[in-house]
Ligand binder design. Structure first.
Ligand SMILES: CC(C)(COP(=O)(O)OP(=O)(O)OC[C@H]1O[C@@H](n2cnc3c(N)ncnc32)[C@H](O)[C@@H]1OP(=O)(O)O)[C@@H](O)C(=O)NCCC(=O)NCCS
Length: 168
């Protein structure tokens, strides 16, 4: 469990989160930002949670006053190079623009560098997701490259931006 502040905490996802996650991740304004070809179902979520248990990934539910409001994850952890990807970052639209995303990402950066002892964190975003790009750059991430036509999303190919942050 990660305490972000007095009201926000991150706890590990469990099978019982499936209804919340299916509703959240299949929302139009959210799924359009992620390169996923098929909608999430209860079965695919349970399979995902099972795989997660055998992996070294972290997948947290963001809670505000103990109510689930979003998700965030650290994965592709590579201790040969002390780097990891983070993502699966979603906050329910009802709770957006209240500074929660900033606080959560700040906590994830701190956790990655100071608890997991990583040297570098990186993530991806589509070029049109200006909210995400603004937020990531506000916390120090810089664009390291643009992968051309890297993903198929919303029925067309799209560039994919990679952003990185190195521990100071
Ligand atoms: C990205 C996301 C998690 C941000 O969460 P949030 O709680 O709204 O973020 P914050 O309230 O802390 O806002 C952080 C910054 O984002 C930017 N931002 C937020 N809303 C914005 C908007 N409508 N337009 C432009 N920038 C915006 C601003 O830089 C803001 O900082 P500021 O308020 O100091 O100007 C949320 O918008 C979300 O879930 N989006 C859908 C899923 C998604 O796109 N995930 C990322 C995939 S790469």
């Amino acid at each position: 469990m990660i305490e972000v502040n007095s009201t926000i905490k991150l706890r590990t996802v469990v099978e019982e989160d499936s209804d919340f996650l299916i509703t959240l991740l299949n929302m139009e304004e959210i799924k359009n930002n992620f390169p996923r070809s098929v909608p999430i179902t209860k079965q695919s979520h349970i399979q995902f949670i099972e795989k997660l248990k055998q992996s070294h990934e972290y997948y947290w539910i963001i809670e505000k006053n103990n109510i689930p409001i979003g998700t965030i994850s650290i994965y592709n952890i590579n201790y040969d190079h002390n780097r990891a990807e983070w993502g699966r970052f979603v906050i329910h639209p009802k709770y957006c623009r209240q500074g929660i995303g900033t606080a959560v990402l700040f906590a994830i950066i701190n956790h990655g560098f100071n608890k997991l002892n990583l040297h570098k964190l990186y993530c991806y975003s589509i070029p049109t997701n200006l909210i995400a790009l603004n937020l990531y750059s506000k916390l120090g991430f810089t664009i390291e490259g643009v992968l051309k036509d890297h993903i198929y999303i919303n029925e067309k190919y799209s560039d994919y931006i990679i952003l990185g942050l190195v521990k100071k």
